[in-house]
Design a protein around this ligand. Structure first.
Ligand code: SF4
Length: 318
């Protein structure tokens, strides 16, 4: 049932956008808080830790996103597992989100037990032990322990590739492959709009992507489509940033690029594979469309009870 509602909604979204020119977001990132227990080298958010959404504020934002057309929600931070509002915790936000959206994801630094019932969890892992700890602070062992002991069925590792870790990407992929369901990558993006010391030069980026394509062909669980990995080599893809919305911890909703209102948008240096993938899917590239359903739909049970069916109808409402 959910597959039917999903495809019906996605087809309607596509036709409204392509034929009628209605450019609404379909996927949103909700930053509950900028607070974080780590101080990652590349991250601008922990440095601005003054704001967090309230529980009611988060519910209002989720309703507004739903009204705008969003059906996939990724809850992020800062570190979302740190978020609290009185008796409410991340678990309550996930419960509320699942009433509205087809798929609810959580991104985390992995230093807390992974015990929320989101549909998918992304854990950031940026290197083997020494490199990861250099970039993100002493956390590698804790993360691996939390990933290994979690009973969650869909944990993905997410690697941000930069000038410090690019040489060990194949080793990270092989190390983490049997501990997670999938692996996604993106490239470090300098929020100053230019380059910085973590920015990876283009010839090195191409080599890393070639390696990843080979590993994927060998059967390692790299979840990005081959089309996406190829397109990132020279950024030979057309971005459709209107498909994304972002919510700040003060409740402000922005439609467009992840960087909009957070830094300088410089498409030539882009390495945001999620934007690549969703834009390729919009261009009806089959591999990217498959990634969308595998990431956000494939975990769903094949049948649902009556109550679930009425929720699904609500979710699929145009
Ligand atoms: S920086 Fe990347 S995600 Fe943002 S608008 Fe440009 S190409 Fe799209």
């Amino acid at each position: 049932m959910i597959a039917f509602e999903w495809y019906r909604y996605m087809l309607g979204y596509y036709l409204r956008s392509r034929v009628l020119g209605i450019k609404k977001p379909i996927l949103a990132g909700l930053k509950l808080t900028h607070n974080c227990n780590l101080k990652c080298e590349h991250c601008p958010f922990w440095q601005n830790r003054d704001k967090s959404l309230s529980f009611l504020g988060a519910k209002q934002c989720m309703n507004e996103l739903y009204e705008q057309g969003v059906r996939i929600l990724i809850i992020e931070g800062g570190e979302p597992f740190l978020w609290k509002d009185g008796e409410y915790s991340l678990k309550d936000i996930v419960t509320e989100a699942k009433k509205l959206f087809f798929s609810v994801g959580v991104t985390t630094n992995g230093t807390f037990p992974i015990d929320v019932e989101a549909d998918i969890i992304w854990v950031s892992i940026d290197g083997l032990e020494e490199t990861h700890n250099q970039i993100r602070g002493e956390s590698f062992d804790q993360i691996i322990a939390n990933v290994s002991t979690s009973t969650h069925l869909k944990i993905y590792a997410h690697i941000t590739i930069n000038s410090l870790n690019y040489e060990e990407i194949p080793s990270i992929v092989e190390f983490i492959a049997n501990k997670v369901k999938g692996i996604t990558i993106q490239f470090h993006y300098p929020y100053n709009g230019g380059t910085d010391k973590l920015f990876l030069e283009w010839d090195k980026r191409e080599k890393v992507l070639d390696n990843l394509i080979q590993l994927k062909r060998k059967g390692l669980p790299i979840a990005n489509s081959e089309a996406c990995l190829k397109a990132l080599k020279k950024n030979s893809w057309t971005c459709h940033p209107f498909m994304i919305a972002s919510v700040e911890p003060d409740g402000k909703i922005t439609q467009g690029c992840y960087v909009k209102n957070r830094g300088i948008v410089s498409c030539v240096n882009c390495g945001f594979s999620a934007h690549t993938e969703i834009s390729l899917a919009y261009a009806t590239v089959i591999g990217a469309m498959k990634v969308g359903t595998q990431t956000f739909l494939s975990h769903k049970p094949k049948s649902n009870g009556g109550l679930q069916t009425s929720i699904l109808k609500e979710k699929a409402k145009v």
